[in-house]
Design a protein around this ligand. Structure first.
Ligand code: HAM
Length: 427
């Protein structure tokens, strides 16, 4: 009964495995919010579930995600619903559903939360994982592509993560891609029998995906395949050059990789990935994204472009742990109150309430521990102040307050306790 669902994990208040500690998550999440908001992206929250059709249409029915990885179920009214395997489709659904396209553009949104894919569990690959995503709608300006890429880099930088590489490519507009598909099919056809099974299946449906096949022999064959660069329209080519120039202005180091393909069907033009070394993990991609200029229309909106990325927070955390990045400490306990009998416990409740209302954190014993054991708890909690409320103190309306850093101890009248701790704490 106490077994957790395969591929999922708890984030614990305290845990030996560092990156699964709440404190680490809060650090990553608050840094993400700060950076996204500095770029004027606003937070949006959409449901964890959507109609299955949205992902089939949006992400694409020939993708691994839709073909084999979705958690899909039928609700009580017979509708097919899926846990979101990624964020973009739901965000676009919301953008269209609320007619946000009719407002002044661009619209810049970000989101954070769990995604679900039924994948084989490995280091850095889970069935419930979390993404930071950003999506910007309504502009074709390649400067926006570059700024979206730079936002991700600034996020990594502010976390203290080193060695993140950006790879970029342009996967063309639909016309360039159609020509490229033909060229790829012509190239791979003679090798058809040698290709891995999933590559064979994709040959006529989505031959670009063969380029990132994990099968060694297929990979070798794919090395000789034509490059998309030869098939890009003037416009796509200019676009790629512009994004690169803007990345230079922004000081983002990147590598152009004409073999970079993404595992989702909605991409047009710019495609990119963030990579960093995570020992023990097969996947070194900590994030990826690009343009999806046809998706808003596909989901029922007007012809309006979009660009964004998704970053896997587990992978970011694993990399932070690997690089021994120091995560800010949780805030300390301000006051631990030591009590003895019923009467002092009763009074302590009043005093604790006052401290908490004044914005201080305060704690006491609930297990009738002896004084010495209570002191131990105060120590373990690293309390800044220990306040001792004995019978004598109670009779005199005072409490003994010990500053655990300086070691000084004073009797403080009840009605001055809050001010005393606030003042002492500020010293
Ligand atoms: P994606 O490449 O499928 O793109 O996922 C983005 C990132 O999520 C990956 O680079 C990886 O770090 C993380 N990720 C994916 N699957 C798992 C998993 N099973 N376990 C742990 N981490 C995982 C998208 O999802 C697009 N929606 C990104 C995007 C937004 N493109 C435009 N806008």
């Amino acid at each position: 009964m106490s077994k957790i669902v395969k591929g999922m994990f708890d984030v614990m208040p305290k845990d030996e495995e560092n990156w699964r500690q709440v404190q680490w998550w809060r650090f990553v999440e608050s840094t993400a919010r700060t950076v996204a908001e500095r770029f004027r992206f606003q937070e949006v929250r959409t449901p964890l579930v959507e109609y299955t059709e949205l992902f089939k249409r949006g992400v694409g029915d020939t993708t691994d995600i839709v073909e084999k990885e979705m958690y899909t179920f039928t609700d009580r009214a017979g509708r097919s619903i899926s846990l979101r395997p990624e964020g973009t489709a739901g965000i676009v659904r919301s953008f269209v559903g609320h007619k946000v396209y009719a407002q002044p553009q661009p619209t810049k949104w970000f989101y954070m939360g769990p995604m679900y894919r039924y994948e084989r569990q490995q280091v850095g690959r889970y069935r419930q994982f979390h993404q930071l995503g950003v999506e910007a709608f309504g502009s074709f300006d390649p400067a926006l592509d570059a700024e979206v890429i730079a936002l991700g880099m600034q996020f990594f930088e502010e976390l203290g993560l080193k060695g993140v590489q950006v790879e970029i490519n342009n996967v063309g507009d639909p016309e360039s891609r159609a020509r490229y598909f033909e060229a790829l099919i012509a190239y791979f056809e003679p090798y058809k029998e040698e290709l891995a099974e999933d590559a064979q299946n994709r040959l006529y449906r989505n031959p670009m995906r063969i380029l990132d096949s994990k099968d060694p022999h297929t990979h070798e064959i794919a090395m000789g395949a034509p490059s998309i660069l030869e098939y890009l329209s003037e416009d796509s080519r200019a676009n790629l050059e512009a994004v690169k120039q803007y990345l230079d202005i922004l000081g983002v180091n990147y590598v152009q990789n004409d073999r970079l393909v993404r595992g989702l069907d909605y991409y047009t033009q710019t495609a990119f990935e963030y990579m960093v070394d995570i020992p023990g993990a097969q996947a070194s991609t900590i994030g990826g994204g690009g343009r999806y200029n046809g998706l808003v229309q596909e989901v029922g909106g007007p012809d309006m472009p979009g660009v964004g990325f998704g970053v896997g927070l587990e992978r970011v955390l694993l990399a932070l742990e690997e690089q021994k990045v120091v995560v800010p400490e949780p805030s300390r306990l301000d006051c631990y109150m030591i009590t003895f009998d019923q009467a002092t416990k009763r009074k302590s409740m009043e005093l604790l309430a006052e401290l908490r209302r004044a914005g201080l954190s305060a704690e006491r014993d609930y297990l009738d521990r002896k004084m010495k054991a209570q002191m131990k708890v105060a120590d373990r909690e690293q309390a800044r102040f220990v306040a001792i409320l004995g019978e004598d103190e109670l009779a005199q309306n005072t409490i003994q307050v010990k500053n655990m850093e300086t070691g000084t101890q004073e009797a403080v009248p009840f009605d001055q306790l809050v001010t005393y701790i606030q003042t002492e704490k500020g010293r």
